[in-house]
Design a protein around this ligand. Structure first.
Ligand SMILES: [Zn+2]
Length: 90
């Protein structure tokens, strides 16, 4: 009988057909997870890098309470104010 010869192959093919989609789905899932992770990482980097890149460290004005870049402040009596007006008043 010729069919007996093919039976192991048929079983192998059947198993492969059952497992390959599952493996592909798992691979796809892992790939998507990785992509999401890298996107999140990029977003975090951008968020953390923005203030340091553009404006330096942010400090709070003791007079009016607004946040401003440290290198743009006015110093009076050792304290840092957002503007000369605040430095004069504070
Ligand atoms: Zn101020």
């Amino acid at each position: 009988m010729g069919l007996i010869k093919f039976l192991p192959w048929l079983i192998l093919i059947a198993i492969a057909l059952m497992y390959i989609p599952r493996m592909m789905a798992q691979k796809e899932k892992a790939r998507m997870k990785e992509e999401l992770e890298s996107m999140r990482r990029k977003l975090n980097e951008r968020e953390q890098g923005r203030p340091q890149e553009s404006a330096g460290e942010m400090v709070k004005c003791p007079c009016c309470g607004i946040f401003f870049p440290k290198n743009e402040g006015a110093v009076k009596n050792g304290r840092l104010y957002c503007s000369r007006d605040c430095a004069r008043r504070g």
